[in-house]
Design a protein around this ligand. Structure first.
Ligand code: C5P
Length: 218
């Protein structure tokens, strides 16, 4: 009873979360925002004062973590942390906890469990390369660093949050570097992924291209 899986990977700000949510909605499939899990762990670790370099302690924390999705909301021990995990501080903590083998191992079963009928759209860094390496359809979205920082800047502005564009560029560059250069599950396009550079594309144009490939493959 293997449910079909479509994976969407890419760096932060490439638009994968938006496209994954649109696709899951259109197909009536489940959605896995794997980055939210790493953010949830980063948030929990910071709250509990666990050293972000201590892979063993983080692995233990990940194993016992009471994280659940309720629709698009993420709950930690029953309380809604959806807003708390969207800060740049938590993003940085997420990419630091995500380097550890024990952490990634603890997350694996949890993520694969999300592949249930009628199907799953999974977005993250290693959905197509590791977690769902046998997925029938894989996408890798990319965009220039400046464009991604701009999108994030607008997003924050729209929410009324103060942001500094130069700081966002630095944050993204640092997180990209960590995600691409780590030994385990580094950010990379799967060999069989459809790569889309979204730098000059609208969300609708990206979604149209994705839907085209989906229709041809399903
Ligand atoms: O996608 P998002 O920006 O929410 O992810 C936060 C961090 O979690 C990433 O920078 C990355 O280090 C980590 N992550 C990961 N593997 C995934 C998804 C996210 O290592 N599949």
């Amino acid at each position: 009873r293997q449910a079909p899986v479509i994976t969407i990977d890419g760096p932060s700000g490439c638009g994968k979360g938006t496209i994954a949510a649109m696709l899951a909605e259109r197909l009536g499939w489940h959605l896995l925002d794997s980055g939210a899990l790493y953010r949830g762990l980063g948030f929990a670790a910071a709250s509990a004062g666990v050293d972000l370099d201590d892979g063993e302690a983080l692995g233990r924390l990940a194993q016992g973590l009471d994280l659940t999705f309720s629709g698009q909301r993420l709950l930690l021990e029953g309380s809604d942390i959806s807003a708390d995990i969207r800060t740049e501080t938590v993003a940085a903590a997420a990419s630091r906890v995500a380097r550890h083998a024990r952490v990634r191992a603890a997350m694996l079963g949890w993520q694969r469990d999300a592949a249930r009928p009628p199907g799953l759209v999974a977005d993250g860094r290693d959905m197509g390369t590791v977690v769902f390496a046998t997925a029938a359809l894989k996408f890798y979205l990319d965009a220039s660093l400046n464009e991604r920082a701009n999108r994030r800047y607008k997003q924050l502005n729209d929410k009324g949050v103060d942001a500094n564009l130069a700081d966002l560029v630095d944050d993204l560059r640092e997180r990209d570097g960590r995600d691409q250069q780590r030994a385990l599950s580094p950010l990379a396009a799967a060999g069989d992924a459809i790569v889309i550079d979204t730098t000059t594309m609208s969300v609708d144009a990206v979604f149209a291209q994705v839907m085209d490939a989906v229709r041809r493959s399903l």
